[in-house]
Design a protein around this ligand. Sequence first.
Ligand SMILES: [Fe+2]
Ligand SMILES: [Fe+2]
Ligand SMILES: [Fe+2]
Length: 423
Amino acid sequence: MNKDFTIDLLDLVLSLATAVDLVSTVVADHHKRVAYVALSVGQELDWSRDQLEELVLAGCLHDIGALSLKERVSTLDFELANAKNHAELGYRFLSQFPLFKDIADIVRYHHTYWDDGKGAKADGDDVPAASHMIHLADRISVSIDPKRHVLIQAQDIYQKIRENAGRMFVPGYVEAFEKLSAKEYFWMDAASPSIELALRRRITSGSIRLDLDEMGALAEVFMRIVDFKSTFTSTHSSGVAATAEALARIVGFSDLECKYMRIAGLLHDLGKLAVPAEILEKPSALSEEEFSVIRGHTFYTRQVLESMGDLGVITDWAASHHERLDGSGYPSHEEMEELSLGARIISVADVSTALTEDRPYRKGMTKDEALEVLQEMADTSALDGTIVSQLHQNFDVVNDARIAAQKVAAKEYDEMVKSLGLS
Ligand SMILES: [Fe+2]
Ligand SMILES: [Fe+2]
Ligand SMILES: [Fe+2]
């Protein structure tokens, strides 16, 4: 087992962008389009390679703090009210990972108006030039109507942007955009369904090396972005991580394997980025289509983790948490012999956490109730009987670890909700 991870940042942010833009066809490719437009204008202005790379990374992540579908769609209005919340939340998520610090600052101010120069500062802080560039790219992107040919719209979009130079946008950036706007290739690329290829043709990004602790910190950032999408599940991944780690220790995994298991638990529902909060929180029964969207989440967990680089067993464990020993799980319908011990542990951890954790609309099950359900699932060969019986014998240790971890996560969540005035 490796103690270090090599992560390709561009691959990582592109696959995150893909997942978050899957919540609705209305927002299709929005993040990549913003990255592409910002990169193009930046290149027109001869920004440095590092600045361009930051533009692309920030462009791919800029709306990561817009948690619900309703909020995502509202960011597509040219003049939007109350844009600050999602930008501030995005900043808070990203700034918790030291390597994302600069990108976090860019995201924080990506809706700041230039205001004839006053927008160089906000709340006493310097607003990064890249924030103003992302703002311009974002408003260009939302102005493209996907239902009409992009070239018919180019002139009108340019006019609309120019009218707002100075008030909304940095005039020099608008001038650079004017030059681009005369070129069909710019618009064709910007509206293309293969925009990712256009991006990759123009920029590569270095990989970063993370040690195990740094990887754990990155996983926590993703865990918050996923869990905070819904009050219902705001501490779920923390609970699964603690439960899976405790179970792994009991089963006899090494220290290193236990740390891997915790990271897999933090990341297991990463694919829920692609699931609208409205479905996660739907109070009534799910339609067949909505249930299909939910079932897709483990597929995207695998896709995003694979795109990050070689995470070893973490990817397999995290993405297999809904597989069942009898082949009735998803998405691969793997059976007993094919499922690794780690995958079996995380499946038990996921079910047991879901049963015992409190949700806003119901109390978690008691020890006896939860163990009964788990035992039934072991009896029907859905879950691994040995792991379930080990959980049975060590229930209090495992459950206390879960409760402690979820307490920390709940506190973080409450503080965030309070400080941003969200409900
Ligand atoms: Fe935004
Ligand atoms: Fe946006
Ligand atoms: Fe899941």
